[in-house]
Design a protein. Structure first.
Length: 310
């Protein structure tokens, strides 16, 4: 098959059997290290504010913790694909208790919905289609949405819409049990260190503000305005991310979303290798790529062109 052709590609087109075996191999050590890194970074940001309390250190802590909260969701996503650990039960336990629960997410429900997203990417029944469908927006509308995220209004609106009892008390308890227990443990730890305000300032505040901002950015750049719903090289996007972007916007390889969709069995810590391999094999020009998050947000903030007669 010509690499410059528009014919859809599969894993068999891209990988030799040796490469396939190498890329799909998971690692307990690497998986545990990623989860430990997320929580250690959060603990370090909390310590920064506790040791040197000021508006500046609080702002830095909110951004770092909010990004690692997104990182925990990214690692939950890994466990949804059974990629964080070789063991299935380990993926489910860690994904539930150490990644999803503290942020109020349900791994099992996410796993069902997300697998459907992969089967129906950018199709009308894609459950995630609405996350990037209303693009491009005007700069003003996009700025207002990001300000609503940063100001906590998006989180407040979500809390108002929350109806845990809609399927009865038993189902509500099943959904709420893990988040309540995880946040009880987290609250106790932070109260011991610095009182109730520390839990509110270094967990709830990042979750209600910066986490919302980076989640919206992620939703925009991964599938927003992609040119080819039928072509797996163009139905998702790969974004360049330097050290600052990885620290504050794109944790744990989430910028390699095209590579993830194309080779869904590859753990997140190998996606950079996959990107380099695709480029070296001559697929770079066909891939939907952007140099930075700023570049994609610039595309998303352009007013749609309205043709005469439409």
């Amino acid at each position: 098959m010509s690499r410059s052709s528009g014919a859809p590609v599969t894993a068999g087109d891209l990988l030799t059997l040796e490469e396939l075996a190498r890329f799909r191999r998971t690692s307990t050590l690497r998986g545990a290290g990623l989860v430990l890194h997320a929580w250690a970074t959060i603990a370090g940001a909390v310590a920064l504010y506790v040791l040197w309390p000021s508006p500046w250190t609080l702002g830095a802590a909110v951004m770092v913790i909010g990004t690692r909260q997104l990182g925990l969701i990214a690692l939950m996503h890994e466990t949804a694909h059974w990629l964080l650990f070789p063991s299935g039960p380990a993926n489910t336990w860690v994904g539930t208790w150490l990644c999803a629960a503290s942020l109020g997410d349900d791994l099992r429900a996410y796993r069902r919905r997300h697998h459907q997203h992969h089967r129906l990417t950018q199709q009308p029944d894609d459950p995630d289609l609405a996350l990037s469908a209303a693009l491009p927006r005007s700069r003003g509308r996009l700025a207002l949405a990001l300000l609503a995220d940063l100001g906590g209004l998006t989180a407040l609106a979500e809390a108002v819409r929350w109806r845990p009892w809609r399927d009865g008390p038993a189902a509500a308890w099943r959904r709420a049990r893990a988040p309540l227990l995880a946040n009880a443990v987290l609250t106790c730890a932070l109260v011991v260190v610095g009182g109730w305000s520390l839990y509110l300032l270094t967990w709830v505040l990042p979750w209600a503000t910066w986490y919302r901002v980076v989640t919206r950015i992620r939703n925009i750049v991964e599938h927003g305005l992609v040119p080819g719903a039928e072509d797996p090289l163009r139905s998702a996007r790969s974004i360049g991310a330097g050290p600052v972007a990885r620290a504050l916007v794109a944790p744990y390889g989430v910028n390699y979303h095209l590579e993830h969709h194309l080779l869904v069995f590859v753990p997140c810590w190998k996606l950079g290798q996959v990107h380099a391999m695709l480029v070296s094999k001559g697929y770079g020009e066909r891939m939907e790529r952007a140099r930075s998050y700023v570049e994609v947000l610039g595309r998303a903030a352009r007013r749609p062109v309205v043709r005469p007669g439409h």
